[in-house]
Design a protein around this ligand. Structure first.
Ligand code: LLP
Length: 422
């Protein structure tokens, strides 16, 4: 359930008409509902109450400081994948001992910073990464707490770009190599083996891949125990899907029960890394129709948000519901909702039944809170759009609109003075 509702034909975010915010901040912009965020986090968190657990929100889904800060206040940890995400998470007030560091390509520098901060755990994805982690930790005179991320070779039945738990994917260690690497890790001076981790993909709408992956993890945990390797944590990753159109993903409660029942005979602390399930439906992208165009074959609504602002439709052919901010009772005509970018792949929706609207009308692109702003870019030299948070009947611009100056502020045109020899 979210707090974006039509009231008397007008879209509201909590208690504010979306059009009123558009008037104040201009378009396009991302709009988040704090109450929705709270609700989604609490429902997720409480679903796991029956056992020791830690929810580590996946920062890559939405890294805005105000979002992270709000989640920190609700008790969330963070799943990070870069030094930048570590920086954000700490700045937002997420305690270091609630941060786990995932990703296949951590640099020595990133590892060093995470060690300095004292994060809970590194989710290690290769033998070579383990060696580097050991060496950096020894250099710091410390031991890095580690989970090994294994690849259970399970089909998550989602978009191929967001499948991560198949043998052919770059993620995790093959199950067949895991035992040997655990044994090596145990002997390393700079490594403190703490857990096991997997993440099989994103936007999963069935439970069975999660359950199947967990079965494989469990049998590995038993084998490790029989070898004298005791683990404290089992990290099941993120991946629970949301409804964009008519999908029927399991509710967090059913997801949690399925996972917990798989682990009922095990004392481990569970770590879960949800991203989309927390923020996806807590945010929308508000855009304005600049022009309408009818080519005879087709109707286009050309809007002021493009693929640089929301990449998901172009990148994954992802479906986002698009509704007029002021509801129009008219029959839908098949329309392409396209952005201003100079690429045919720049669309927010294709052949979508849309009511008759004029230029100047506002549209809400729904379910855009996850992987929306975080995947946006400056392509076509477009300043990135602001992010706005609503709290009841008040709002706050939590990231300002970029300016043209922001676009060029790191750039240098070389002249005699600045050419340097190596
Ligand atoms: N943990 C790890 C290690 C991950 O790689 C991810 C997402 C998550 C947790 C969070 O997954 P979630 O609960 O949000 O499904 N850009 C794509 C999604 C990429 C997901 C990458 N990893 C999209 O827009 O659909």
């Amino acid at each position: 359930m979210d707090h974006f509702n039509l009231k008397k034909g007008e879209l509201y975010c909590e208690d504010i008409p979306v059009s009123a915010i558009a008037e104040k901040v201009g378009t396009p912009f991302y709009l988040y509902s704090e109450a929705t965020l709270t609700r989604h986090f609490r429902v997720f968190e409480e679903a796991f109450n029956a056992r020791p657990h830690l929810v580590c929100f996946a920062v890559k889904a939405n890294g805005n400081l105000s979002i992270l800060n709000h989640l920190a206040g609700l008790g969330s940890g963070a799943d990070i994948v870069s030094g930048g995400e570590l920086y954000r998470a700490l700045k937002a007030g997420i305690p270091a001992d609630r941060i786990v560091f995932s990703g296949v390509g951590k640099t020595r520098e990133e590892i060093g910073r995470a060690l300095e901060a004292g994060i809970l755990m590194f989710n290690v994805e290769s033998q070579e990464e383990l060696d580097v982690l050991d060496s950096v930790a020894r250099g710091f005179g410390t031991r890095a707490r580690v989970s090994l991320r294994v690849n259970p070779d399970i089909d998550p039945k989602t978009h191929p770009y967001i499948s991560t738990g198949l043998k052919k994917n770059k993620f995790g260690l093959p199950m067949g190599q895991a035992k040997e690497i655990y044994q090596r890790a145990q002997k390393m001076e700079g490594i403190d083996v703490k857990g096991i981790d997997c993440h099989i993909g994103s936007q999963l709408i069935e439970l069975s891949p999660f359950v199947d992956a967990l079965e494989k993890i469990k049998s590995l945990v038993f084998e490790l125990e029989s070898m004298g390797i005791e683990l404290k944590y089992i990290d099941v990753g993120g991946g629970l899907g949301i409804r964009y159109r008519d999908e029927a993903p399991p509710e967090p409660d059913r997801y949690a029960r399925a996972i917990m029942s798989g682990l009922s005979d095990m004392p481990h602390t569970l770590i879960i890394e949800p991203g989309r399930a927390i923020v996806g439906n807590a945010g929308i992208l508000v855009t304005q129709i600049l022009y309408t165009k009818n080519t005879g074959d087709k109707r286009f609504y050309i809007v002021d948000a493009g693929m640089n602002d929301l990449a998901r439709p172009s990148l994954y052919k992802a479906y986002h519901r698009i509704i007029p901010v002021e509801d129009k009772e008219s029959d839908g005509v098949l329309t392409d909702v396209v952005g201003p970018i100079c690429e045919s792949g720049d669309f927010l929706a294709r052949e979508r039944p849309m009511p008759d609207l004029r230029s100047g009308s506002l549209l809400a692109v729904m379910s855009a809170g996850a992987y929306g702003f975080t995947m946006s870019s400056n392509y076509n030299s477009r300043p990135r759009v602001p992010e706005v948070m609503v709290h009841g009947n008040t709002f706050c611009v939590v990231r300002k609109r970029e300016t043209y100056e922001d676009l060029i502020k790191k750039e240098v045109v070389p002249d005699e003075q600045v050419w340097r020899s190596v």
